[in-house]
Design a protein around this ligand. Structure first.
Ligand code: PHE
Length: 450
């Protein structure tokens, strides 16, 4: 069955973790998590998010890894191989649409990161008060050409890396950058804990007010869990297809989820004390982190060094995430449509440049162009994270729980019996019952149907 034995494989165990964590950790943790938690009431959101990560996320991550490694294929090829007569490979289309939508709006925010990196280096972030940073962000994000330019530059950098193939570019960079990012986040975290408003910020994040837990908070938390783990669109399935036969799937999934979640929580501990200390509303939306962080850096000695280092690392973290989402579309074009890697990368980048430009202008000239009350940027964000990824995840877990041959699951999860997996039954139980029904219930309640 394993047709593509000559596909690239990750060289080392560290390579596997660094690459899956490289995909998972990115703007989702540092930009999206604080803003979603801020708009959805803090603690209640965090609890729901953690439940989704551990009860749905880890089992579905295992499902993607095992389907990928067993079939050694992209999401389309995988389902076609496992159920040649069914319609299951159409799940792949959800993945393609989601990855193109995410790549488009994500590149805009990655572009903001590049602007802030540029501002750090040139001393443009040495402003005086929180309101100056607020004005600076608004004037930049509404200025049209600069956000547009950075979006296109970011996509070009992504292009140049993706075109070189999986192993070389990604593995080396993630191996070095991710640990540095983690350490610097820890340093900022300690700094935030000593701020005057720290207690209020921590209370906001960690003490849940369950009266806030409505269906929109649940939908947002579920979307954030899928987005943050790069789950439901076939990214992790594609990465699983590059795993060697010795990779421990359950351990890799758990490590990835734990590291990813720690980065999100660290970001929360950095941001919320500062939010309360500077007297800014936590419900700022997408601007939150870009208005808060420069304030934090400004209070530190050698602020230029800290902010430059931070925005550089955030840029790299974004890049390792966009590389992984590009891989979904590129594996589809090369393996299913028999395109060359070069052509596939060009098509992927061209589509993202068109939609990315529209997203970039959503804060400026296209700000009044709304669909169901959303700008194109916020629509892409909402639809991909809150709807498409959980929908893909629901189908993948249903497939793995009910239709995938039990022998395949056992062989994949235990590496043909090489070790015992203590959570084996719990994973199967979640894939069969909890994850698919849970996701369905959240969908139904958000539509006010239950
Ligand atoms: N998980 C990434 C982040 O948190 C975003 C992502 C989503 C990457 C989907 C790949 C696929 O930034």
């Amino acid at each position: 069955m394993q047709q593509n034995n000559n596909r690239a494989q990750f060289a080392t165990r560290l390579g596997v973790i660094a690459t899956t964590v490289g995909s998972a950790v990115g703007l989702g943790n540092i930009w999206r998590f604080p803003y979603e938690a801020g708009t959805h009431g803090g603690g209640a959101f965090l609890i729901a998010y953690l439940c989704f990560i551990f009860i749905f996320g880890i089992p579905i991550l295992c499902a993607e890894f095992m389907i990928g490694r067993h079939t050694r294929s992209n999401i389309f090829g995988a389902f076609r191989q496992l159920k040649p007569t069914g319609h299951w490979h159409h799940v792949g289309y959800i993945g393609i649409v989601a990855s193109m939508m995410i790549l488009s709006f994500y590149s805009v925010v990655a572009g903001w990161t590049m602007e802030y990196l540029y501002q750090s280096v040139t001393g443009g972030l040495l402003l005086a008060s929180p309101s100056d940073f607020d004005k600076q962000f608004v004037s930049f994000s509404t200025s049209n050409w600069r956000p547009l330019m950075w979006t296109l530059i970011f996509l070009s950098v992504n292009f140049l890396i993706v075109i070189r193939g999986v192993q070389k570019g990604i593995e080396k960079m993630s191996n070095i950058m991710m640990p540095i990012l983690f350490v610097i986040l820890l340093i900022f975290c300690v700094n935030s804990l000593f701020m005057p408003g720290a207690a209020d910020g921590l209370k906001f994040l960690f003490s849940p007010d369950f009266s806030k837990l409505d269906s929109q908070v649940l939908l947002g938390a579920m979307g954030q869990a899928f987005f943050s783990l790069s789950l439901g669109l076939g990214t992790m399935l594609t990465y699983g297809s590059y795993f060697s036969n010795r990779t421990h799937i359950v351990r890799s999934a758990t490590t990835t989820a734990l590291l990813d979640t720690s980065v999100a929580i660290l970001a929360g501990i950095i941001i919320f004390p500062a939010v309360f200390s500077f007297g800014i509303s936590p419900a700022q939306g997408p601007a939150l982190v870009f208005e808060i962080l420069p304030n934090i850096f400004n209070q530190l000695p050698y602020s230029v060094v800290w902010s430059t280092l931070f925005f550089f690392l955030l840029f790299i973290a974004s890049l390792s995430s966009t590389i992984s989402m590009s891989e979904v579309t590129i594996a589809f074009f090369t393996e299913e449509k028999k395109m060359s890697r070069k052509k596939a990368t060009i098509v992927n980048t061209a589509i993202a440049m068109v939609f990315g430009s529209i997203c970039a202008l959503s804060f400026g000239i296209l700000g009044d162009f709304t669909i169901c009350g959303h700008t194109v940027f916020s629509l892409f964000d909402y639809v991909s994270s809150n709807i498409l990824l959980p929908l893909g995840g629901m189908l993948i877990s249903f497939f793995a729980g009910w239709l995938l041959d039990r022998d395949i699951i056992r062989q994949q999860l235990t590496n043909k019996g090489a070790f015992k997996v203590y959570t084996y039954k719990a994973i199967i139980f979640s894939l069969k019952f909890i994850a698919p029904t849970g996701i369905l219930l959240v969908f139904l309640s958000s539509l006010n149907l239950i």
